[in-house]
Design a protein around this ligand. Structure first.
Ligand code: SF4
Length: 385
Protein backbone atom coordinates (compact mmCIF):
# COMPACT_ATOMS: atom_id res chain seq x y z
CA UNK A 1 0.00 0.00 0.00
CA UNK A 2 1.23 3.48 -0.84
CA UNK A 3 0.45 7.00 0.36
CA UNK A 4 -0.80 10.22 -1.21
CA UNK A 5 0.38 13.66 -0.09
CA UNK A 6 -1.37 16.89 -1.12
CA UNK A 7 0.46 20.17 -0.47
CA UNK A 8 -1.79 23.17 0.25
CA UNK A 9 0.50 26.19 -0.15
CA UNK A 10 -1.41 28.94 1.69
CA UNK A 11 -0.96 30.48 5.14
CA UNK A 12 -2.61 33.50 6.71
CA UNK A 13 0.79 34.70 7.89
CA UNK A 14 4.30 33.25 7.61
CA UNK A 15 5.83 32.10 10.88
CA UNK A 16 9.39 33.34 11.46
CA UNK A 17 11.01 29.90 11.48
CA UNK A 18 9.16 28.28 8.55
CA UNK A 19 10.79 27.26 5.28
CA UNK A 20 7.91 25.16 3.91
CA UNK A 21 6.59 26.50 0.64
CA UNK A 22 3.52 28.66 1.28
CA UNK A 23 2.25 32.12 0.39
CA UNK A 24 0.10 34.63 2.26
CA UNK A 25 -2.06 35.67 -0.71
CA UNK A 26 -5.21 33.56 -0.46
CA UNK A 27 -6.86 34.87 -3.65
CA UNK A 28 -5.93 31.87 -5.79
CA UNK A 29 -7.25 29.08 -3.59
CA UNK A 30 -10.14 28.28 -5.97
CA UNK A 31 -7.85 28.18 -9.00
CA UNK A 32 -5.35 26.07 -7.06
CA UNK A 33 -7.98 23.48 -6.09
CA UNK A 34 -9.07 23.14 -9.73
CA UNK A 35 -5.42 22.68 -10.70
CA UNK A 36 -4.92 19.93 -8.12
CA UNK A 37 -7.88 18.11 -9.69
CA UNK A 38 -6.17 18.49 -13.07
CA UNK A 39 -2.82 17.35 -11.75
CA UNK A 40 -4.40 14.17 -10.38
CA UNK A 41 -5.93 13.43 -13.78
CA UNK A 42 -2.74 14.18 -15.74
CA UNK A 43 -0.67 12.07 -13.35
CA UNK A 44 -3.10 9.18 -13.66
CA UNK A 45 -2.97 9.27 -17.47
CA UNK A 46 0.84 9.48 -17.60
CA UNK A 47 1.85 7.10 -14.82
CA UNK A 48 1.08 3.49 -15.71
CA UNK A 49 3.33 2.32 -12.90
CA UNK A 50 0.71 3.13 -10.21
CA UNK A 51 -1.85 0.97 -12.01
CA UNK A 52 -2.11 -1.98 -9.64
CA UNK A 53 -1.31 -0.04 -6.47
CA UNK A 54 -3.76 0.68 -3.73
CA UNK A 55 -3.36 3.73 -1.48
CA UNK A 56 -4.25 3.56 2.19
CA UNK A 57 -3.18 6.99 3.44
CA UNK A 58 -4.01 10.51 2.23
CA UNK A 59 -2.29 13.44 3.91
CA UNK A 60 -3.18 17.12 3.39
CA UNK A 61 -0.14 19.11 4.52
CA UNK A 62 1.09 22.61 3.97
CA UNK A 63 0.91 25.48 4.38
CA UNK A 64 -2.38 25.57 6.21
CA UNK A 65 -4.75 23.06 4.61
CA UNK A 66 -7.54 24.00 7.01
CA UNK A 67 -7.92 27.28 5.07
CA UNK A 68 -9.70 25.27 2.35
CA UNK A 69 -13.48 24.96 2.41
CA UNK A 70 -15.00 21.59 3.27
CA UNK A 71 -16.41 21.42 -0.28
CA UNK A 72 -12.88 21.85 -1.67
CA UNK A 73 -11.58 18.91 0.36
CA UNK A 74 -14.56 16.93 -0.87
CA UNK A 75 -13.70 17.69 -4.52
CA UNK A 76 -10.08 16.62 -4.06
CA UNK A 77 -11.05 13.43 -2.23
CA UNK A 78 -13.60 12.58 -4.95
CA UNK A 79 -10.92 13.05 -7.61
CA UNK A 80 -8.58 10.72 -5.73
CA UNK A 81 -11.27 8.05 -5.36
CA UNK A 82 -12.20 8.37 -9.05
CA UNK A 83 -8.63 8.03 -10.29
CA UNK A 84 -6.94 5.65 -7.86
CA UNK A 85 -7.62 2.52 -5.87
CA UNK A 86 -8.12 3.75 -2.31
CA UNK A 87 -8.27 1.07 0.38
CA UNK A 88 -11.39 0.43 2.47
CA UNK A 89 -10.06 2.02 5.60
CA UNK A 90 -7.70 4.82 4.61
CA UNK A 91 -6.10 7.16 7.12
CA UNK A 92 -7.03 10.67 5.92
CA UNK A 93 -5.16 13.45 7.72
CA UNK A 94 -5.65 17.19 7.52
CA UNK A 95 -3.18 19.62 9.08
CA UNK A 96 -5.13 22.39 10.78
CA UNK A 97 -4.12 25.52 12.61
CA UNK A 98 -5.99 26.70 15.68
CA UNK A 99 -7.83 29.84 14.72
CA UNK A 100 -8.73 28.55 11.24
CA UNK A 101 -11.36 25.97 12.23
CA UNK A 102 -14.42 25.86 14.44
CA UNK A 103 -16.45 22.94 15.73
CA UNK A 104 -18.85 23.07 12.78
CA UNK A 105 -16.06 22.87 10.21
CA UNK A 106 -14.38 20.00 12.06
CA UNK A 107 -17.67 18.08 12.24
CA UNK A 108 -18.03 18.49 8.48
CA UNK A 109 -14.46 17.23 7.98
CA UNK A 110 -15.51 14.10 9.84
CA UNK A 111 -18.59 13.69 7.65
CA UNK A 112 -16.56 13.63 4.44
CA UNK A 113 -14.21 10.91 5.68
CA UNK A 114 -11.31 12.87 7.18
CA UNK A 115 -10.38 10.82 10.24
CA UNK A 116 -7.12 12.31 11.55
CA UNK A 117 -6.29 15.89 12.53
CA UNK A 118 -2.81 17.27 12.98
CA UNK A 119 -2.96 20.54 14.89
CA UNK A 120 -0.12 23.06 14.59
CA UNK A 121 -0.20 24.22 18.20
CA UNK A 122 3.59 24.64 18.75
CA UNK A 123 3.23 26.05 22.28
CA UNK A 124 0.65 26.65 25.00
CA UNK A 125 2.43 29.81 26.16
CA UNK A 126 1.32 33.07 24.56
CA UNK A 127 4.72 34.78 24.57
CA UNK A 128 6.26 31.76 22.79
CA UNK A 129 3.45 31.75 20.20
CA UNK A 130 4.01 35.46 19.62
CA UNK A 131 7.74 34.97 19.14
CA UNK A 132 7.12 32.19 16.60
CA UNK A 133 4.72 34.43 14.67
CA UNK A 134 1.73 32.13 15.13
CA UNK A 135 -1.75 33.57 14.56
CA UNK A 136 -3.37 31.81 17.54
CA UNK A 137 -3.27 32.10 21.33
CA UNK A 138 -2.92 29.34 23.90
CA UNK A 139 -6.65 29.61 24.59
CA UNK A 140 -7.40 29.11 20.86
CA UNK A 141 -5.19 26.03 20.84
CA UNK A 142 -6.88 24.40 23.83
CA UNK A 143 -10.31 25.22 22.42
CA UNK A 144 -9.36 23.73 19.05
CA UNK A 145 -8.21 20.46 20.66
CA UNK A 146 -11.48 20.27 22.60
CA UNK A 147 -13.47 21.00 19.42
CA UNK A 148 -11.62 18.17 17.66
CA UNK A 149 -12.64 15.63 20.32
CA UNK A 150 -16.19 16.99 20.55
CA UNK A 151 -16.52 16.66 16.75
CA UNK A 152 -15.79 12.97 17.03
CA UNK A 153 -12.08 12.86 16.11
CA UNK A 154 -10.17 10.29 18.13
CA UNK A 155 -6.98 10.40 16.11
CA UNK A 156 -5.51 13.82 16.89
CA UNK A 157 -1.91 15.01 16.75
CA UNK A 158 -0.50 18.13 18.34
CA UNK A 159 2.75 19.65 17.06
CA UNK A 160 4.97 21.31 19.66
CA UNK A 161 8.34 23.05 19.31
CA UNK A 162 11.11 23.19 21.90
CA UNK A 163 14.46 24.95 22.02
CA UNK A 164 13.04 28.48 21.83
CA UNK A 165 15.16 31.44 22.96
CA UNK A 166 15.23 31.61 26.74
CA UNK A 167 12.97 28.56 27.10
CA UNK A 168 13.60 27.05 30.52
CA UNK A 169 13.12 23.38 31.33
CA UNK A 170 10.21 24.43 33.53
CA UNK A 171 8.40 26.19 30.68
CA UNK A 172 8.90 23.24 28.31
CA UNK A 173 7.56 20.90 30.99
CA UNK A 174 4.53 23.17 31.29
CA UNK A 175 3.83 22.69 27.57
CA UNK A 176 4.20 18.92 27.87
CA UNK A 177 2.02 18.70 30.98
CA UNK A 178 -0.71 20.66 29.18
CA UNK A 179 -0.76 18.37 26.15
CA UNK A 180 -0.68 15.24 28.32
CA UNK A 181 -3.56 16.57 30.41
CA UNK A 182 -5.61 17.16 27.26
CA UNK A 183 -5.17 13.44 26.51
CA UNK A 184 -4.02 13.94 22.94
CA UNK A 185 -3.09 10.50 21.50
CA UNK A 186 -0.23 11.68 19.24
CA UNK A 187 2.41 14.33 19.86
CA UNK A 188 5.11 15.59 17.49
CA UNK A 189 7.72 17.48 19.51
CA UNK A 190 10.27 19.15 17.25
CA UNK A 191 13.44 20.98 18.05
CA UNK A 192 13.37 24.54 16.66
CA UNK A 193 15.58 24.47 13.56
CA UNK A 194 17.06 27.67 12.18
CA UNK A 195 16.59 27.40 8.42
CA UNK A 196 18.52 29.65 6.05
CA UNK A 197 16.36 32.26 4.36
CA UNK A 198 13.88 32.59 7.23
CA UNK A 199 13.49 35.72 9.41
CA UNK A 200 14.59 33.58 12.37
CA UNK A 201 17.90 32.88 10.63
CA UNK A 202 18.53 36.62 10.30
CA UNK A 203 17.81 37.48 13.94
CA UNK A 204 19.93 34.58 15.18
CA UNK A 205 22.77 35.51 12.83
CA UNK A 206 22.70 39.16 13.91
CA UNK A 207 22.83 38.11 17.57
CA UNK A 208 19.48 39.74 18.32
CA UNK A 209 18.15 36.35 19.39
CA UNK A 210 20.13 33.68 21.19
CA UNK A 211 19.03 30.05 21.12
CA UNK A 212 19.67 27.56 23.93
CA UNK A 213 23.07 25.84 23.79
CA UNK A 214 23.39 22.29 22.39
CA UNK A 215 23.54 20.93 25.94
CA UNK A 216 20.42 22.83 26.94
CA UNK A 217 18.59 21.55 23.85
CA UNK A 218 19.69 18.00 24.61
CA UNK A 219 18.32 18.48 28.13
CA UNK A 220 14.94 19.56 26.73
CA UNK A 221 14.90 16.50 24.45
CA UNK A 222 15.66 14.24 27.43
CA UNK A 223 12.76 15.78 29.34
CA UNK A 224 10.46 15.21 26.35
CA UNK A 225 11.31 11.52 26.12
CA UNK A 226 11.06 10.99 29.86
CA UNK A 227 7.75 12.80 30.41
CA UNK A 228 5.97 11.40 27.39
CA UNK A 229 7.16 7.83 27.86
CA UNK A 230 6.20 7.98 31.55
CA UNK A 231 2.76 9.20 30.45
CA UNK A 232 2.32 6.08 28.30
CA UNK A 233 3.35 7.35 24.87
CA UNK A 234 5.45 5.18 22.58
CA UNK A 235 8.48 7.00 21.20
CA UNK A 236 8.28 5.69 17.65
CA UNK A 237 10.32 8.28 15.77
CA UNK A 238 12.95 10.81 16.85
CA UNK A 239 10.30 13.53 17.27
CA UNK A 240 7.07 11.52 17.41
CA UNK A 241 5.19 9.91 20.28
CA UNK A 242 1.89 8.04 20.16
CA UNK A 243 -0.47 6.04 22.30
CA UNK A 244 -0.53 2.46 21.05
CA UNK A 245 -2.45 2.22 17.78
CA UNK A 246 -2.25 5.97 17.05
CA UNK A 247 1.08 5.96 15.17
CA UNK A 248 0.69 8.00 11.98
CA UNK A 249 0.31 5.48 9.17
CA UNK A 250 1.22 8.03 6.51
CA UNK A 251 4.44 9.23 8.13
CA UNK A 252 5.43 5.63 8.83
CA UNK A 253 5.56 5.17 5.04
CA UNK A 254 8.29 7.82 4.80
CA UNK A 255 10.27 6.23 7.59
CA UNK A 256 9.80 2.68 6.32
CA UNK A 257 10.95 3.73 2.87
CA UNK A 258 7.65 2.92 1.21
CA UNK A 259 6.30 4.65 -1.87
CA UNK A 260 4.13 7.76 -1.97
CA UNK A 261 2.91 10.25 -4.54
CA UNK A 262 2.69 14.00 -3.91
CA UNK A 263 0.49 16.62 -5.57
CA UNK A 264 0.68 20.41 -5.32
CA UNK A 265 3.59 22.87 -5.44
CA UNK A 266 6.80 21.59 -3.79
CA UNK A 267 5.28 18.13 -3.11
CA UNK A 268 7.76 15.22 -3.25
CA UNK A 269 7.10 11.70 -4.54
CA UNK A 270 9.04 8.46 -4.10
CA UNK A 271 8.54 5.26 -6.07
CA UNK A 272 10.95 2.31 -6.26
CA UNK A 273 14.33 3.90 -6.87
CA UNK A 274 12.98 7.20 -8.17
CA UNK A 275 12.27 10.46 -6.37
CA UNK A 276 10.75 13.54 -8.00
CA UNK A 277 9.43 16.86 -6.78
CA UNK A 278 7.13 19.59 -8.02
CA UNK A 279 8.00 23.24 -8.65
CA UNK A 280 7.88 25.25 -5.43
CA UNK A 281 6.12 28.23 -6.96
CA UNK A 282 2.36 28.60 -7.27
CA UNK A 283 2.48 30.70 -10.47
CA UNK A 284 4.71 28.19 -12.28
CA UNK A 285 2.61 25.32 -10.95
CA UNK A 286 -0.66 26.83 -12.23
CA UNK A 287 0.92 27.59 -15.64
CA UNK A 288 2.25 24.08 -16.16
CA UNK A 289 -1.07 22.52 -15.20
CA UNK A 290 -2.91 24.92 -17.55
CA UNK A 291 -0.66 23.60 -20.36
CA UNK A 292 -1.63 20.04 -19.46
CA UNK A 293 1.86 19.24 -18.10
CA UNK A 294 2.94 17.66 -14.83
CA UNK A 295 4.51 20.36 -12.62
CA UNK A 296 7.69 18.40 -11.96
CA UNK A 297 10.78 20.48 -11.16
CA UNK A 298 13.28 17.62 -11.19
CA UNK A 299 13.88 13.96 -10.37
CA UNK A 300 16.60 11.70 -9.04
CA UNK A 301 17.33 8.03 -9.66
CA UNK A 302 18.70 6.61 -6.44
CA UNK A 303 21.73 4.34 -6.56
CA UNK A 304 21.69 1.13 -4.50
CA UNK A 305 24.23 2.68 -2.18
CA UNK A 306 22.09 5.75 -1.61
CA UNK A 307 19.01 3.61 -0.96
CA UNK A 308 20.88 1.48 1.59
CA UNK A 309 21.99 4.68 3.34
CA UNK A 310 18.50 6.15 3.41
CA UNK A 311 16.95 2.87 4.56
CA UNK A 312 19.35 2.73 7.51
CA UNK A 313 18.93 6.39 8.38
CA UNK A 314 15.13 6.33 8.25
CA UNK A 315 14.91 3.01 10.10
CA UNK A 316 17.13 4.25 12.92
CA UNK A 317 15.12 7.47 13.26
CA UNK A 318 11.92 5.50 13.76
CA UNK A 319 10.90 1.95 14.64
CA UNK A 320 14.28 0.39 13.86
CA UNK A 321 16.05 -1.20 10.89
CA UNK A 322 13.88 -4.09 9.73
CA UNK A 323 16.43 -6.84 9.02
CA UNK A 324 14.11 -9.01 6.90
CA UNK A 325 13.04 -6.11 4.71
CA UNK A 326 16.65 -5.01 4.38
CA UNK A 327 17.66 -8.42 3.06
CA UNK A 328 14.66 -8.64 0.72
CA UNK A 329 15.40 -5.22 -0.69
CA UNK A 330 19.18 -5.22 -0.95
CA UNK A 331 19.98 -8.97 -1.11
CA UNK A 332 22.55 -9.02 1.69
CA UNK A 333 22.47 -9.27 5.46
CA UNK A 334 22.62 -6.01 7.38
CA UNK A 335 24.33 -7.72 10.30
CA UNK A 336 27.59 -9.15 9.14
CA UNK A 337 31.35 -8.58 9.18
CA UNK A 338 32.55 -5.26 10.57
CA UNK A 339 29.05 -3.96 11.16
CA UNK A 340 28.37 -6.74 13.64
CA UNK A 341 31.35 -5.69 15.74
CA UNK A 342 30.20 -2.09 15.66
CA UNK A 343 26.64 -3.06 16.61
CA UNK A 344 27.83 -5.21 19.51
CA UNK A 345 29.89 -2.27 20.77
CA UNK A 346 26.93 0.12 20.42
CA UNK A 347 24.66 -2.33 22.24
CA UNK A 348 27.20 -2.70 25.06
CA UNK A 349 27.32 1.08 25.40
CA UNK A 350 23.53 1.28 25.61
CA UNK A 351 22.84 3.04 22.28
CA UNK A 352 20.94 0.26 20.51
CA UNK A 353 18.85 -2.84 21.10
CA UNK A 354 18.83 -5.69 18.62
CA UNK A 355 17.23 -9.05 18.09
CA UNK A 356 16.75 -11.32 15.05
CA UNK A 357 14.29 -8.87 13.48
CA UNK A 358 15.33 -5.31 14.23
CA UNK A 359 18.12 -2.97 15.22
CA UNK A 360 16.61 -0.04 17.08
CA UNK A 361 17.81 2.91 19.11
CA UNK A 362 17.43 3.18 22.86
CA UNK A 363 16.54 6.48 24.51
CA UNK A 364 20.28 7.16 24.87
CA UNK A 365 20.71 6.31 21.18
CA UNK A 366 17.94 8.67 20.04
CA UNK A 367 19.89 11.59 21.53
CA UNK A 368 22.79 10.87 19.15
CA UNK A 369 20.78 9.38 16.28
CA UNK A 370 22.67 11.21 13.51
CA UNK A 371 26.10 10.18 14.78
CA UNK A 372 25.03 6.53 15.00
CA UNK A 373 23.56 6.62 11.49
CA UNK A 374 26.75 8.15 10.04
CA UNK A 375 28.82 5.54 11.82
CA UNK A 376 26.79 2.58 10.53
CA UNK A 377 26.52 3.98 7.01
CA UNK A 378 30.31 4.36 6.82
CA UNK A 379 30.67 0.66 7.72
CA UNK A 380 28.06 -0.36 5.14
CA UNK A 381 29.95 1.60 2.48
CA UNK A 382 33.00 -0.41 3.37
CA UNK A 383 30.99 -3.64 2.96
CA UNK A 384 29.48 -2.49 -0.37
CA UNK A 385 32.96 -1.87 -1.80
S1 SF4 B 1 1.44 27.96 9.60
FE1 SF4 B 1 2.84 26.22 9.26
S2 SF4 B 1 3.29 26.20 7.08
FE2 SF4 B 1 2.36 28.20 7.56
S3 SF4 B 1 4.09 29.54 7.90
FE3 SF4 B 1 3.48 28.76 9.93
S4 SF4 B 1 4.75 26.91 10.18
FE4 SF4 B 1 4.84 27.45 8.02
Amino acid sequence: MSGIYIHIPFCERKCIYCDFYSIENLDQIDLFVNSILQEIKIFKSESDFVGGTCFDTIYFGGGTPSLLKVSQFEKILNALYENFCISDNPEITVEANPGTVDKEKLSKFKCIGINRLSLGVQSFLDDELKFLGRIHTSEDAIRCIEFAFESGFENVNVDLIFGLPGQSEERWRENLFTVIKLNVPHISAYNLIVEKGTPLYEVVRSGEVKLPSDDEQAGLYEITMELLENAGYIHYEVSNYARSGFECRHNLKYWRYESYVGFGPSAHSFWGNRRWWNVANLGKYLNLIAQGKLPIANFEILSDEKMVEEFIYLGLRSTGIDLKKFKERFAFDFIGGEIKEKLVEMKKNGYIEMDDFKVRLTRKGFSVCDEIAVNLVSKIKYVLK
